[in-house]
Design a protein around this ligand. Structure first.
Ligand code: PLP
Length: 392
C-alpha cells in the first residue's frame, strides 16, 4: 500500500509560498483597491513596436525562432549596448534572447553554480533570486542594504567583504535596484568589481531598469561590465518589459563573453527552448528608437515618481529617496505602523490602495519590517486617486 505525500514538492522549494504580488493583487481586486503593489505599467508601449508585432503576426513569424533568438533582435541588442554603454558584444555567440530577464537569471544561476556554491546578493532582493539560487542547490550570501545618510540605501563595505569566500561563485547584482529604487554608484560598483576579481567570482547583473535613473540621482547608470576587468566575467541581463512597457511579452536577453553565454544557453534551451517569435522583431524596432523615446520615458516616470512622493509625504509616510526604477519605499513608523506585512494586508480594505511589504525580500525580515513599497508606473490619474485615498 503506497501513501500519497501531502506535500510531494521538493524540499529545497518548500519554503517558497505564493509570491507576495499574487497575494496583494488578489486583495486589491477583492476590495476594489488602486493597485500600487505589482510593478506593471497601465499604458502600452511605443506604437511603432506594437505595429511591428502585429505585422509579424500577420506575416508568418509564428513558429519556433532560432534557439539564440532572431538575428535582427540579437543585432539590435548588441547595437543598443554599444550605443548607450559603449559595450561591444558579438550578436553571434555573445547575445542570447530569453523568456524575460527572469529566465536569463535562472539559466545563468543554474548554468554556473554547482550545489553548495555561494551567490552574493543584496537584500532586499527581487523575489525570483532566492528561488533560482535554491533550485541550483546553491547558497545565498545576502548583504543588507539599509537606509543611511539622507535615507539613501547603502551597504556596509565590511559586510560585503565578509560575504565573499572560497566558495563564492558569483555576485548577483540588480541596479537600478528593485524594491529600493537605489542606483549603485561607481564607487560601490568598484568595491564589488574588486572583490569579484580577488575571489575569481563571476557577476550576473540584472539591469532591467537601465533607462530609469532619475535626474537627481547622484550617478548615471553604470553597467558593472564597463568597469576594468569585468566584461570578461559578467553576464549582463536586461529585458524589454520595463523599458518598453510590455511586461507580458517576456522578451529578455543575456550578453557576455561566449563561454559564459554558452553556459547560460545550455540550460535555457531546456527550460523554454525559445519564446515570443512575433515579439522578437518588434522589440528590435523598439531598441532602435531615437534617444527622444528614452528621454521621454525617463522624464515621464520621474514626473510620476514626484507626484507619488509628494502624495505619500502629505499622507504622513516616511518617504525614502527613489533614484530610479518603478518604485519608492516608505517607512510606516510615522503613521504608527510597526509591521509592513500587517499594514499591507489591511491597506486595501482600510484605504482602498494596495502596496507590498518589503520585508518579504529579506533573509532578515527585521531589516525591512517597517518598509512598504509603492509602484508609480501608473497613469497620473491613477496615482492621484491613490493619493486622495491615502490622505483621506
Ligand atoms: C520586472 C523585473 C524582472 C523581470 O523581468 P522579465 O523580463 O519580466 O522577466 C527582473 N528583475 C527585476 C529587478 C525586475 O523588477
Amino acid at each position: 500500500m503506497t501513501t500519497i505525500d501531502s506535500d510531494p514538492g521538493v524540499r529545497r522549494m518548500r519554503s517558497f509560498g505564493t509570491t507576495i504580488f499574487a497575494e496583494m493583487s488578489a486583495l486589491a481586486v477583492r476590495h476594489g483597491a488602486v493597485n500600487l503593489g505589482q510593478g506593471f505599467p497601465d499604458t502600452d508601449g511605443p506604437p511603432e513596436m506594437l505595429e511591428a508585432a502585429a505585422e509579424a503576426l500577420r506575416t508568418g513569424h509564428n513558429q519556433y525562432p532560432p534557439g539564440p533568438g532572431v538575428p535582427v533582435l540579437r543585432a539590435a541588442v548588441a547595437e543598443h549596448q554599444r550605443r548607450f554603454w559603449g559595450l561591444a558584444y558579438d550578436p553571434d555567440g555573445e547575445v542570447l534572447i530569453t523568456a524575460g530577464a527572469t529566465e536569463a537569471i535562472a539559466a545563468a544561476i543554474l548554468g554556473l553554480c554547482e550545489p553548495g556554491d555561494e551567490v552574493v546578493c543584496f537584500e532586499p532582493y527581487y523575489d525570483s533570486y532566492a528561488a533560482s539560487i535554491a533550485l541550483a542547490g546553491a547558497v545565498r550570501r545576502p548583504v543588507t542594504l539599509r537606509p543611511g545618510a539622507g535615507g539613501r540605501y547603502a551597504f556596509d563595505p565590511a559586510e560585503l567583504r565578509a560575504a565573499f569566500g572560497p566558495r563564492t561563485r558569483l555576485v548577483l547584482l540588480n541596479s537600478p535596484h528593485n524594491p529600493t529604487g537605489k542606483v549603485f554608484t561607481r564607487d560601490e560598483l568598484g568595491q564589488i568589481a574588486e572583490l569579484c576579481q580577488e575571489y575569481g567570482a563571476y557577476a550576473v547583473t540584472d539591469e532591467v531598469y537601465e533607462h530609469l535613473v532619475f535626474s537627481d540621482a547622484g550617478d548615471a547608470h553604470v553597467p558593472l561590465a564597463t568597469l576594468p576587468g569585468m566584461r570578461e566575467r559578467t553576464v549582463r541581463i536586461s529585458s524589454a518589459g520595463k523599458t518598453f512597457s510590455c511586461t507580458g511579452w517576456k522578451i529578455g536577453w543575456a550578453s557576455g563573453p561566449a563561454g559564459l553565454v554558452t553556459a547560460v544557453t545550455r540550460v535555457k534551451q531546456f527550460l523554454t527552448y525559445v519564446n515570443g517569435a512575433p515579439f522578437q522583431p518588434a522589440v528590435a524596432v523598439a531598441l532602435g528608437l531615437p534617444d527622444s523615446y528614452y528621454e521621454a520615458f525617463r522624464a515621464g516616470l520621474e514626473a510620476r515618481r514626484d507626484q507619488l512622493v509628494a502624495g505619500l509625504t502629505d499622507a504622513g509616510f516616511g518617504v525614502l529617496p527613489s533614484e530610479g526604477t518603478y518604485f519608492v519605499t516608505t517607512d510606516i513608523t510615522p503613521l504608527g505602523g510597526t509591521d509592513g506585512m500587517d499594514f499591507c494586508r489591511t491597506l486595501p480594505e482600510a484605504r482602498g490602495v494596495a502596496a507590498v511589504p518589503t520585508e518579504v525580500f529579506y533573509d532578515d525580515p527585521e531589516a525591512g519590517k517597517r518598509l512598504v513599497r509603492f509602484a508609480f508606473c501608473k497613469r497620473p490619474d491613477v496615482i492621484d486617486e491613490a493619493v486622495r485615498r491615502l490622505r483621506a
